[in-house]
Design a protein around this ligand. Structure first.
Ligand SMILES: [Zn+2]
Ligand SMILES: [Zn+2]
Length: 129
């Protein structure tokens, strides 16, 4: 039998999978609350954190705004349109382990993460002009 906790967690996971690419925590909450208004925002936030810690979803730290979540687990990068804020997945063959170890050598620190985000104007916005 499913406990309430696992039920809430799978609701959160399903919402991230159902929603268009890269929802923020607030958007995930709004999506779930449509069907289950009794679930609190804090519950959704907690579940999103847990799911990204266990690797079931990915958290995309957006340097220019709220964190986004997504079910796509394969390594990829993001192109953010500065006009419509649309986030596009970009698959790139970059050896991030190498970059991180070079950074580590140069700084003498311990590198645990890297952020790489492309910014610009997306194709749709270019065509609208
Ligand atoms: Zn755009
Ligand atoms: Zn993505």
């Amino acid at each position: 039998m499913q406990t309430r906790k696992t039920f809430q967690k799978s609701l959160t996971l399903d919402a991230v999978k159902e929603m268009p690419c890269h929802p923020t925590a607030d958007q995930v909450y709004a999506h779930v609350a449509k069907k289950y208004p009794e679930i609190s925002r804090a519950t959704i936030y907690r579940n999103l954190n847990q799911l990204s810690e266990t690797g079931e979803i990915r958290r995309f730290k957006n340097p220019c705004g709220a964190d986004h979540f997504e079910p796509l687990l394969t390594p990829h990068y993001h192109f953010v349109c500065t006009k419509c804020k649309e986030i596009t997945n970009v698959e790139l063959d970059i050896d991030t382990k190498l970059l991180m170890s070079v950074c580590q050598q140069k700084t003498g620190g311990i590198v645990t993460e890297h952020l790489l985000v492309f910014e610009g104007v997306c194709k749709n916005c270019i065509e609208k002009n």
